[in-house]
Design a protein around this ligand. Structure first.
Ligand SMILES: [Zn+2]
Length: 465
């Protein structure tokens, strides 16, 4: 079957897995398990022996595999970045975003299609089946081809600002900004068999007027979709908000009515108790990006509040942020960091057990996206998004404690097969939809062109001879 697709009435059986980490309501781990998929949805999960005689159009032998739900990356800007990965020095500081938007400004449609396809391929190969690009897409139409071909699940949108900002983002009239967000939702929400969702994406409270923020929330409510914005990326953003509104960022959002289950506030470094209480009252969700805050030095080990957010019952997912600020795009690395950072930061090894970390990377992300009825676990009725980890590797042996081994020992290198919406998109470690090396070579040329056009270059600290 072409590309291993399991749509159009076809069936797929993933048979005889060593372990299935279902992350279902009972958090069952099934030994010697099988999963049956029909039309992209899971119709049966159980013991292999019970499904031995069930025929399928395609059967995948999972006998040395551990299967998990697909990982969910709740905050991952892609766009231009894979063409110029790793060019920024650590000392760039506040000049980071102006450089990003200068590079992105020179990107054309074909280039963004290519950069997006490589970014998606890297994420899929690391076990991420669903991610949110929080508004950085410049040419969604061209990128739709990349989403279609790769088979990924994505939440997309256009980020907008209607206030002066120091980061080279275009400043729109308020009405125009709202129209841009509405257009993205009308045009793209629920496309590609519902694999694409489109949300309202005002960049941040500090670059948005109250009217625009209220407009974005109104769109999310009217269209039954979501709104996300960068909130409290760093302690300085909290200071700015206090100066401008006399309120901290989350308090301000609550005051103007931008709070609710469909409001996802990403980053949240340095929220205080009152802000977390406001989120719990309003039902808002969050995504935290440990690899980004570590690399940018914004204080996660000192002022991060993941345990307190979870204590309040707030839905939390994990993100990686961008390929040029955290540089690590693998949700599994964020999962590992979530499990270890607070142990050290609080000098308390009971913080964020591995089971919690796995929840954050799967069902937690699904809850943060308001998609927990559809994805985030391996259960009958859910979409067939899952990862097969190859245990025929040193880091997986022996598999005594599956969750410990997954979170602490392994990483994306053992991702053998990835299935999204019932379609096999990574098989035997390779993408089924693209010649990856050819794509990488194309990206090299695009990157060189972008740097030449913008004049952006940062010399190496060490002499390159
Ligand atoms: Zn971001």
């Amino acid at each position: 079957m072409a590309n291993g697709t399991a749509s159009n009435g076809s069936t797929l059986k993933i048979h005889n897995a060593r372990f299935i980490l279902t992350v279902d309501a009972g958090r069952r781990i099934i030994t010697d398990g099988s999963i049956f998929v029909e039309d992209g949805r899971i119709t049966q999960v159980g013991k292999a022996r019970e499904m031995e005689s069930v025929p399928a159009d395609r059967v995948l032998d999972a006998s040395e595999m551990v299967i998990t739900p697909g990982m969910i990356n709740g905050h991952a800007h892609i766009s231009y970045a894979h063409a110029t990965r790793g060019i920024f020095p650590d000392t760039l500081g506040a000049d980071y975003l102006p450089n990003v938007f200068k590079l992105q400004g020179e990107l054309d449609e074909e280039a963004e299609y290519c950069t997006s396809l490589l970014a998606i391929t890297e994420m899929l190969k690391g076990g991420t089946t669903c991610f949110m690009d929080p508004g950085s897409t410049k040419f969604i139409d061209a990128c739709m081809d990349a989403y279609n071909e790769s088979g990924c699940r994505i939440i997309v949108g256009m980020h907008v600002t209607d206030k002066p900002n120091p980061v080279n983002l275009p400043q729109y009239e308020t009405g125009e900004a709202i129209a841009i967000m509405e257009h993205a939702i009308r045009e793209y929400d629920h496309r590609l068999n519902d694999r694409v969702r489109a949300w309202a994406m005002p960049f941040s409270p500090s670059f948005s007027t109250e009217e625009m923020l209220r407009g974005a929330k109104r769109l999310a409510d009217e269209y039954g979709t979501g709104i996300t914005l960068h909130t409290s990326n760093s302690p300085s953003e909290v200071e700015d908000s206090l100066q401008e509104h006399g309120l901290r960022p989350v308090e301000y959002l609550e005051k103007i009515g931008v709070m609710g289950e469909n409001v996802l506030l990403s980053h949240l470094i340095g929220v205080n108790d009152a802000e977390m209480d406001a989120m719990a009252r309003g039902g808002s969700t969050t995504v935290m990006c440990p690899s980004q805050t570590l690399k940018q030095g914004t204080g996660i080990t000192r002022i991060g509040k993941l345990p307190e957010l979870l204590d309040r019952g707030i839905s939390v997912g994990l993100g990686t942020d961008a390929p040029n600020n955290s540089n690590l795009m693998e949700t599994m690395r964020a999962m590992y960091l979530a499990a270890v950072l607070y142990k050290d930061g609080r000098e308390d090894i009971s913080m964020i057990p591995p089971e919690t970390a796995l929840e954050l990377a799967t069902i937690g992300g699904a809850e943060a996206f308001c998609l927990a009825d559809e994805i985030g676990s391996i259960e009958v009725g859910k979409k067939a998004d899952m990862v097969l980890f190859d245990t025929r590797r040193a880091e997986w042996r022996r598999v005594f404690n599956q969750v410990n081994t997954l979170v602490y020992n392994s990483d994306g290198r053992s991702v053998h097969t990835v299935i999204v919406d019932g379609r096999v998109v990574i098989e035997d470690y390779k993408p089924t939809y693209v010649d990856e090396w050819q794509l990488i070579q194309r990206l090299q040329a695009i990157g060189e062109e972008l740097l030449a056009k913008t004049g952006i270059s940062f010399p190496s600290t060490w002499p390159v001879v």
